[in-house]
Design a protein around this ligand. Structure first.
Ligand SMILES: [Zn+2]
Ligand SMILES: [Zn+2]
Length: 380
């Protein structure tokens, strides 16, 4: 029988840009909890920011896109047993509070608590050998089917955040949607929107990413050559009288393509999967009246930009955001990933052992032409 050791290796955040491989105690679990041996944990931009800018107090063990095997189950746990391969969600809503009744799970007080830890202040713990799964996040534990890998399991959480955002869009089959940025998240948007019958226009700086976007179902591809040059060239507005006066700079190739695909109507929606304000402005100009611009990557507090508010009021262009996952979508997300309709394996380009977590984070924060999702793996 597998014996759980007393201590384990973990990558401990000790301050801004200070990650150390340390030996820490294996977490103890209570009667309603699970102990999971981590097999894979995705590197997520939200953790990268906390680590690089030191925005939260150390010490912590990060990593929240976690999959692994249950090695111990508390005496009162009925739903799970030792040996099961599972994907974890570190945030689970209470389903009862005011925010939850409004389906605003990411604003629920319980949801904001992190229910998975490898020690210290709970922060996900996926960059350790074992994690403790607390009772209130047990409803977020998903079994991984035998044919699927731990790596695929670790992708459920990010895919969930993307599906949640897609559901915020008021789209009809055949609509034209811009997905700006084809990193791992942008590519998930491209795939999920294409699966729902949308015509996706994908933009990125890197041709390698656009090629994958095409394989994921994008019908229009635009390689943004030089964002600053594009931002400086002022191109005639496409649709609206109101925006004619103050039309923001738009990439000419993108503008032409959108014009062709929509017969001059404009985009039905745009998803901004790059933290660029110029791209938001561009999207706001390219969507039709009563279209939607959804922000997904603007997670840094304090960023400001000016918007012609008449585009919101008169042109009825919605500017909206989406953050984190939707607990209610878990079954649908699991189906999409495990059936490989969204083949998450194609998004994982790099795997690092636990001891090289810092290098994994470094690569994820400075992507190359070849890199997409970076995952820390143990024994898989
Ligand atoms: Zn994440
Ligand atoms: Zn709640």
């Amino acid at each position: 029988m597998f014996v759980i050791p007393k201590t384990m290796r973990a990558v401990v955040y000790r301050g801004a840009n200070d990650l150390r491989l340390e030996t820490v105690p294996v977490p103890r679990i209570g009667p309603d909890e699970l102990l999971v041996r981590v097999a894979a944990c995705g590197v997520c931009p939200t953790d990268i920011k906390k680590i690089q800018y030191g925005t939260v107090a150390p010490p912590r063990i990060f990593g929240h896109e976690t999959a692994g095997a249950i090695v111990r189950a508390g005496a009162r746990v009925r739903r799970f047993k030792v040996g099961e391969r599972v994907a974890l969600h570190h945030h689970v809503p209470c389903l009862e509070c005011h925010a939850c009744r409004h389906h605003a799970f990411a604003q629920c007080a319980q949801y904001k608590r992190t229910g998975i830890t490898a020690g210290f202040e709970a922060a996900g713990g996926g960059y350790a050998e074992y994690v403790r799964v607390m009772p209130f996040v047990l409803p977020g534990v998903v079994r991984i089917p035998p044919r699927n890998s731990f790596l695929e399991g670790a992708m459920l959480e990010p895919v969930n955040t993307v599906l949640k955002a897609v559901k915020r869009l008021a789209l009809l089959r055949g609509d034209t949607v811009l997905v700006a940025g084809q990193g791992p998240i942008g590519l998930m948007f491209t795939r999920l929107l294409a699966l729902q019958g949308m015509r996706v226009v994908a933009t990125d700086l890197l041709p390698t990413r656009l090629e994958l976007a095409r394989e994921f179902g994008a019908v229009g591809l635009v390689e943004i050559r030089n964002p600053t040059a594009a931002a400086q060239s002022r191109v005639p507005r496409i649709t609206h009288h109101a925006s004619r006066i103050t039309s923001p700079p738009v990439d000419p190739q993108l503008s032409t393509l959108v014009h062709q695909l929509t017969r001059g109507r404009g985009l039905d929606a745009a998803v901004i999967a790059v933290p660029s304000d110029a791209v938001v402005r561009e999207a706001q100009a390219l969507v039709r009246g009563a279209g939607q611009v959804l922000l997904f990557s603007h997670t840094r507090r304090g960023a400001q930009m000016s918007v012609d508010l008449a585009t919101v009021c008169v042109d009825e262009k919605d500017l909206l955001g989406s953050y984190s996952a939707d607990f209610g979508l878990q079954a649908e997300v699991a189906r999409l990933v495990f059936s490989r309709q969204l083949d998450a394996r194609r998004l994982i380009t790099h795997r690092f052992p636990l001891a090289e977590t810092a290098a994994a984070i470094e690569l994820a924060s400075h992507p190359t032409a070849e890199s997409l999702k970076v995952v820390v793996t143990q024994g898989e």
